[in-house]
Design a binder for this molecule. Sequence first.
Ligand code: GDP
Length: 182
Amino acid sequence: MGDAFDEDCDYLFKAVLIGDSGVGKSNLLSRFAKDEFRLDSKPTIGVEFAYRNIKVADKIIKAQIWDTAGQERFRAITSSYYRGALGALLVYDITRRETYESVRKWLQELREFGSEHMVVVLVGNKCDLGQSREVEKEEGKGFAENERLFFMETSALQNVNVEEAFMQMITKIHHQTGQKCL
Ligand code: GDP
């Protein structure tokens, strides 16, 4: 996943991916971090993270994005996963309604363990599978508006809106606050 501290940057942000197992979190992350889609990805145990440097205005931001790496399967996400995170992508699968029903629970957890002003983007992934859709776009969007989250439908498979979802979170964090690079 790349060398963590090999380049200079102005800010370092931590952000987390959260959501039910199988919604596409690790594929979204690898798409964003490496423009790569892992077709046969198998969840491994233990948290993983990836870095990417992004230039916003004249600042270099190093985004450190954490992935559950399958731990959510065992309800084993702990408070340390959320500690210090300034943003989150809360992901569901538009073709599996139960993953959308879980969003409320993940949001509660984020609000319990995450920082107060965490920037949260609600992400309906797998929008390439429109024929199997179980959650309407308007529904996700409406929920996000009520909860004051950002919203985006994505496809990690077809690389639709992946960059936009991460960038929305990162630029919003950048506007809110910053941490010195380690
Ligand atoms: P995670 O458990 O949330 O990290 O989910 P993964 O990234 O491991 O993906 C779970 C499964 O969904 C894998 O079989 C992926 O190939 C598939 N997948 C992930 N994103 C997409 C997508 O945007 N479209 C489609 N059709 N499949 C996807």
